[in-house]
Write a protein that binds this ligand. Structure first.
Ligand SMILES: *Cc1c(COP(=O)(O)O)cnc(C)c1O
Length: 402
């Protein structure tokens, strides 16, 4: 950065956007294409497309080893995996969750008439604040779902202590945290169970998919039955179940992706460092960091903006970036408690969620992953710098081109 960037240099007010193609947050990571095609041919040859096929079995085995857990049960997506796991754990009544999460976390509970009780977050970690959790416990509370936001583990030990004290079930929504560790142990091994998402936009994807990791044999058996309609054998249903199975094409995608996982991490880590360098010293914009000493997937380039200091609001900045074809995203705006059906059910929830409300107005994410080049990152950061230097009036003009 020269510090002398001008509007002309960046064509900020130009007729065409700075990027000719849209740069999206969450563009999928893709492993070796030839390997994938070979595996798909194998699936077609075998004529075995789902129901615990060869690829699914191989992927479960590899993931179990990768995560260092006893059981890894593949699912069609993380939302169904969350629903099944909460049900298998016997959660009912009320379950405590953060509101600063993707809406699938509370939906997985509400879908089965379990009430999600929203708890505030720690403004530094963005994760559920254990100091607030105990205040939300009532006689109807049966469990807690911690979410490892951005792949940074939530306060696992504190939540485990609270759960033990109150006889609650503890599970984790680890949708962001595949490939991350806590105290040297891979995420997947904590609480009663942890749920991963392998959706296309996540760090590791199977087109759509997910998994439940657990060390509990009995729970694993129950979840396996539940994800397959409750079938114990041919013609024998011993359980209320649903369809949570992963198909063979998805499993093949996972197997191929897993081969390239180190390369995905390396690219993301390199991108994150570049963003850190490019955004350093910028008043009012803070890049969320991944502390040293643990494994991370660096999948999220998360910025927090202080509007007063930056001189430009988060929403205006995001609008301007969109005008330049940088599809930055607000996260998790406006917060689950402000979405239906929770908004109508709990109109007062905001009073107990001040940190959630504050943060959901400050956070945006920028594109990363194997589809983003270093040069793109430099340009994106230059855009942010120029926008902050120009101030709201001129930025509004740029955004108006949308
Ligand atoms: C993506 C996501 C989910 C849902 O995952 P799907 O596989 O799309 O169902 C759940 N929770 C969080 C925190 C997520 O980011």
């Amino acid at each position: 950065m020269t510090g002398k960037e001008s509007v002309q240099d960046l064509a900020l007010f130009g007729a065409a956007p700075l990027f000719t193609e849209k740069l999206h947050v969450g563009r999928p990571n893709l492993g070796n294409r030839d390997d994938l095609m070979a595996r798909i041919n194998g699936i077609l040859d075998r004529r075995w497309f789902t129901n615990d096929g060869e690829c699914a079995q191989e992927l479960e085995k590899k993931l179990t080893e990768f995560l260092g857990v006893k059981h890894c049960i593949l699912m069609c997506n993380a939302t169904i995996a969350l629903e099944i796991t909460a049900r298998a754990l016997g959660m009912k009544g009320e379950v405590i969750v953060p509101s600063f999460t993707f809406v699938a976390t509370p939906h997985s509970l509400q879908w089965q008439e379990i009430t999600p009780v929203f708890c505030d977050i720690d403004p530094w970690t963005h994760n559920i604040d254990p100091a607030r959790v105990e205040e939300m416990i009532t006689s109807r509370t049966t469990g807690i779902i911690g979410v490892h936001i951005w792949g940074r583990p939530c306060a696992i030990e504190a939540l485990a202590a609270i759960s033990a004290r109150h006889g609650l079930k503890l599970m984790f929504d680890a949708a962001h945290a595949f490939g991350c560790s806590h105290n040297g142990r891979m995420i997947g091994g904590f609480g009663c169970a942890e749920v991963f998402s392998f959706h296309a936009t996540k760090f590791f994807n199977t087109f759509e998919g997910g998994a439940v990791a657990t060390d509990d044999d009995e729970l694993a058996t129950k979840i396996r039955l539940m994800k397959n309609f409750g079938f114990k054998g041919y013609d024998s249903v011993g359980y209320l179940g649903t369809n949570g199975k992963m198909n063979e094409l998805s499993a093949a995608m996972g197997l191929v992706g897993l081969e390239s996982i180190d390369q995905f991490v390396e690219t993301n880590r390199r991108n994150h460092s570049r963003y850190r360098e490019d955004l350093s010293g910028l008043p009012g914009v803070t890049l969320v960091d991944y502390p040293a000493g643990e494994k991370y997937n660096y999948q999220y380039i998360v910025c927090e903006i202080d509007e007063k200091e930056a001189g430009v609001s988060r929403d205006l900045l995001v609008e301007m970036l969109h005008a330049e074809n940088v599809i930055a995203r607000r996260y998790f705006y406006p917060g689950c408690h402000k979405m239906e059906p929770y908004r109508t059910r709990f109109p007062q929830a905001g009073f107990t969620l001040p940190q959630t409300e504050r943060l959901s107005k400050r956070v945006f994410t920028l594109p990363t992953g194997t589809a983003v080049a270093m040069d793109d990152i430099d340009k994106i950061c230059q855009l942010v710098r120029v926008a902050l230097a120009l101030g709201p009036e001129l930025v509004k003009g740029a955004a108006a081109r949308l």
